[in-house]
Design a protein. Structure first.
Length: 405
């Protein structure tokens, strides 16, 4: 295991506790923070608890074993569970948990990159569907501005190997990406957010009706939709350099091929994804690896529709390597930045108004997608994005990894 200095761990936890949560304001006295981490991330887990306590917060923690040769609890569950067990959802427990907590921190630290290899995709999709209310309750509370969350990464040997890097090289990407090599990482994050807000605000002022993505790997039309706004990471992911919206799924037309693999939360690796859309839905899906899982995901309710469209400017991101983790790969800077879309659930925070006042029927009428999944798919090759405006004009907004508006 690569050993981090205590100073880096302190800075990392400080960013997550005192910047990423609370819309940049951090944990306040009396706040309840739900921390989910695996044993491999124990050093960061311990520092998080320390920082939360120092901030005056209270901790509810869920500390789990990582997969190894002797234990793989998640795989064992899918191998042995019957249908009724896969669909079991402890509603009283999770309802109480959501009511209790103010913030949520999740630390990724995968030690087996294909832990569920050979498991039926139907079982995995069924489990995601069963757990959907937990996500919906958090979203509803977040819409009332009573809840915040963040996801971060603790690098493992398995993840580094999948990315073709040493653990030291892998962690160097994490440290640079999160500005942990800066004297004051939080100050740096605030500076980056201000720079990103310039482009976010310009996109919002455009009031574009459609976006046309084109290049060697795509010819895709995205309909922005009514009452939409562009958002940026805002701490919900650390790191996050993306500027995104949740478009009207009904207007997606064309095709796109993705050069980055998808690493699902079930530890399935899907490579070489090619998608074609017509009238907002996926009509053709191919993959060079795990195509069966891709198609099962697409066949799940709402899984064949776009829930997010995102652009990353390479000037903001210090991620320069493939990281074998979507959290980082969807924020890569590299030579051409990245464009990504997500199949599945839309983000209600991209509604230009108060999401707490919108009914389920109204979300559907606006073309916000609803699904138990949200799978990001990333393209890092040269691309151009042209906005088609309500006045009939066109404006190039993004080209080869840079915002140009």
């Amino acid at each position: 295991m690569y050993k981090l200095s205590g100073k880096i761990l302190q800075k990392y936890a400080d960013v997550l506790v005192n910047f990423a949560l609370g819309g940049g304001k951090g944990v306040k006295r009396g706040d309840v923070v739900y921390v989910v981490a695996y044993e491999y991330a124990k050093p960061l887990y311990a520092e998080l608890l320390r920082q939360i306590t120092k901030a005056g917060g209270n901790v509810i923690s869920h500390y789990l074993p990582n997969e190894d040769n002797n234990l793989d609890a998640t795989r064992d569950f899918f191998v042995n569970a019957k249908e009724r067990q896969i669909s079991f959802f402890p509603s009283k427990y999770f309802r109480g948990l959501v009511d209790e907590i103010d913030h949520y921190i999740f630390i990724i630290s995968d030690t087996d990159m294909e832990a569920l290899k050979g498991i039926s995709p139907k079982k995995i999709m069924a489990r995601q569907k069963a757990m959907k209310p937990f996500q919906e309750w958090r979203d509803e509370k977040q819409g009332r501005k009573k809840f915040s969350r963040t996801i971060a990464l603790y690098g493992t040997k398995a993840m580094a190997e999948e990315a073709g890097l040493s653990e030291k090289q892998y962690w160097r990407q994490i440290i640079k990406a999160c500005f942990l090599d800066e004297r004051n990482p939080i100050l740096k994050w605030r500076h980056i957010e201000k720079r990103m807000a310039v482009f976010k605000n310009r996109l919002n002022r455009l009031k574009a009706e459609k976006m046309h993505l084109f290049g060697p790997d795509a010819d895709l039309w995205i309909t922005i939709g009514k009452k939409r706004k562009w958002e940026d990471g805002g701490g919900e992911n650390i790191p996050s350099f993306e500027i995104f919206t949740s478009p009207d799924w009904r207007g997606t037309q064309g095709w796109i091929n993705f050069d980055n693999p998808v690493f699902t939360r079930g530890n399935f690796i899907i490579k070489g994804i090619e998608l074609s859309f017509k009238n907002g839905k996926v009509i053709r899906a191919k993959a060079k690896k795990n195509e069966k899982f891709l198609k099962e995901m697409i066949n799940s309710p709402g899984g064949n529709r776009v829930g997010e469209f995102s652009l990353t400017d390479k000037r903001f991101s210090k991620i320069t390597k493939f990281m074998a983790e979507t959290l980082y790969d969807e924020n890569i800077g590299g030579p051409y930045g990245n464009i990504h879309i997500a199949l599945g659930k839309s983000y209600h925070e991209c509604y230009d108004g108060n999401p707490a006042k919108i009914s389920k029927k109204e979300w559907q009428k606006l073309g916000f997608n609803d699904s138990a999944i949200h799978e990001d798919m990333v393209l890092t090759r040269p691309m151009t994005v042209v906005a088609h405006l309500k006045n009939g004009k066109e404006q190039t907004v993004y080209k080869n990894g840079l915002f140009v508006l």
